[in-house]
Ligand binder design. Structure first.
Ligand code: SAH
Length: 217
């Protein structure tokens, strides 16, 4: 894969995107700094790269989309990432959300069910300098051998909150997950104890669905 360049023009467009996200209510300094640093145009098809710094979702192939920058920023802000935290991401997709979390200092583990997308990001992210552990697998199962996690972020629309993921969250940890079928409610779950969880809602959103099992292409 050819790694394309990050020009002054791209950097300028990124700073404008950061200002737009601030206007839309993103306040966390490290989220804004990470969005300002990650070259989003390198995560999407070159034919869309002129639009990379608009606050929009785009197709990334394999019937999937790269999330809208506002959604990435909102989920990252709700996750309250602290440097060094062990974080699980379900739905690597383009790898953009993963790069933002790594830029914020997360020790990231990311799962993708589609082989084609897994292969692409496994090659792209290290080339761009974003280091994390990537897995081709089913996010409904989480990563029992690596758990527990400080934080869990799900970036596909989950019809329900998977129980396996709840059990892999540390007490005191947070999970941010869009819950619902066609449209979802952005939901944050805090694990209060072994058996108690607190839920908060942060508005409607629309994600591609979280699907069962793996896909070999
Ligand atoms: N975080 C991504 C968002 C991609 S869209 C980004 O920044 O681009 C959601 C992704 O979740 C898709 O790539 C889809 O294939 C993946 N996905 C859906 N169900 C999944 C599951 N059960 N396990 C792992 N990945 C899943």
């Amino acid at each position: 894969m050819i790694v394309r360049e990050d020009s002054f023009r791209h950097k300028g467009l990124r700073q404008r995107l950061v200002q737009e996200l601030q206007k839309k209510g993103i306040t966390h300094p490290r989220v804004l700094e990470a969005i300002g640093r990650v070259p989003r145009h390198l995560f999407i098809d070159p034919s869309f790269s002129g639009f990379a710094y608009q606050d929009k979702a785009f197709p990334i192939g394999a019937g999937q989309t790269i999330s809208q920058p506002y959604t990435v920023a909102l989920q990252s802000q709700l996750l309250e990432v602290q440097p060094g935290e062990k974080i699980l991401e379900v739905g690597t997709g383009s790898g953009y959300q993963a790069a933002v979390l790594v830029a914020m200092g997360a020790k990231l583990f990311s799962i993708e069910r589609q082989k084609e997308l897994y292969d692409r990001t496994a090659s792209l992210l290290p080339k761009l300098g974003f280091l994390l552990r990537q897995y081709w697998g089913d996010g409904y199962q989480g990563l029992p051998d690596v758990a527990p996690f400080d934080k869990i972020i799900v970036t596909a629309g989950a019809p329900y909150v998977p129980k396996e993921l709840l059990t892999q969250l540390k007490v005191g940890g947070l999970m941010v997950i869009p819950v619902g079928e066609n449209r979802q409610v952005m939901t944050r779950i805090r694990r209060l104890s072994d058996i108690d969880f607190e839920k908060e809602a942060f508005g409607d959103c629309a994600f591609v669905p979280m699907l069962n099992g793996i896909e070999k292409k």
